[in-house]
Design a protein around this ligand. Structure first.
Ligand code: DGL
Length: 264
């Protein structure tokens, strides 16, 4: 038993998909969530910037006394993998976990991955999928419009979201499965699923990342009790609290606390 919180962070709302998944798996966990909305979107940043930001974000959440960290961001997981792996507090990215989820997809057909511009540009998702799923065609597509649409409060039913999904996902039609390599995309999963049809499975890197972290806590006897939560936001905390409550489908237990925007 270890009642220290689990830290989860992302550039904004996306990582809440991982938080929701962890809550479902381990309802007793105390969770501290950092949304770096003051520096969003991460998907447009350079690799060098992302690697500096990964260290800053890890240090910020580590300073809250966490026992483990979920880096609920595909962009950092793909551009700073060794930084997460070497961090002194156990840190779980969403890339490896998502790719392991794709490995379980039966069949021989196409496997797709959609993620931010910086994630796809890194080539890390594609490389890991090719290695994990040899012999299968891998298609990787960057979807730069998704994060701004989601952060502006648009969901699956919104016509602009539907139009963007059709534009980006056309080449993925008929795939056996598509990996949601950006944690934000779970918020519009219904629109993506409607467009691709039921023959294409969607694998959420966020959900897979939460499952791997939960497993680590269980196996090491580190699960907690209390089910508390705390939110930190580097952008407008009131806007974050409102959006988080909408996304979580319940009022966030506490309003988000403001943290300063870190210089990159
Ligand atoms: N949700 C993040 C990811 O998984 C970052 C999105 C962004 O800020 O561009 O990649």
């Amino acid at each position: 038993m270890d009642n220290r919180p689990v830290g989860i962070f992302d550039s904004g709302l996306g990582g809440l998909t991982a938080m929701k998944a962890l809550r479902e798996l381990l309802p007793g966990e105390n969770i501290i969530y950092f949304g770096d909305t003051g520096r969003l979107p991460y998907g447009e940043k350079s690799r060098e910037q992302l690697r500096r930001m990964a260290v800053q974000d890890l240090d910020l959440i580590a300073a809250c006394g966490v026992k483990a960290i979920i880096v609920a961001c595909g962009t950092l997981s793909s551009n700073a993998a060794e930084i997460l792996d070497a961090y002194p507090i156990p840190s779980f990215g969403v890339l490896k976990a998502g790719v392991a989820g794709m490995q379980k997809i039966p069949g021989t057909g196409v496997l797709g991955v959609i993620a931010t511009e910086a994630s796809i540009r890194s080539g890390a998702f594609e490389r890991a999928l090719r290695q994990a799923c040899p012999g299968r065609e891998i298609r990787a597509v960057a979807c730069p419009d998704f994060v701004p649409l989601i952060e502006s409060g648009r969901g699956s039913a919104d016509p602009l979201v539907r139009e963007a999904v059709a534009r980006y996902c056309e080449s993925l039609q008929g795939a056996d499965a598509v990996l949601l390599g950006c944690t934000h995309y779970g918020i519009i999963a219904d629109a993506i699923a409607d467009f691709l049809g039921e023959k294409t499975a969607l694998v959420s890197a966020a959900t897979c990342g939460a499952a791997v972290a939960a497993q680590y806590l269980i196996v090491n006897g580190l699960t907690g009790e209390g089910g508390g939560e705390r939110f930190l936001a580097s952008g407008d905390p009131a806007a974050f609290t409102r959006a988080a409550s909408t996304f979580l489908g319940r009022t966030a237990a506490h309003a988000a606390e403001a943290v300063p925007v870190m210089e990159i």
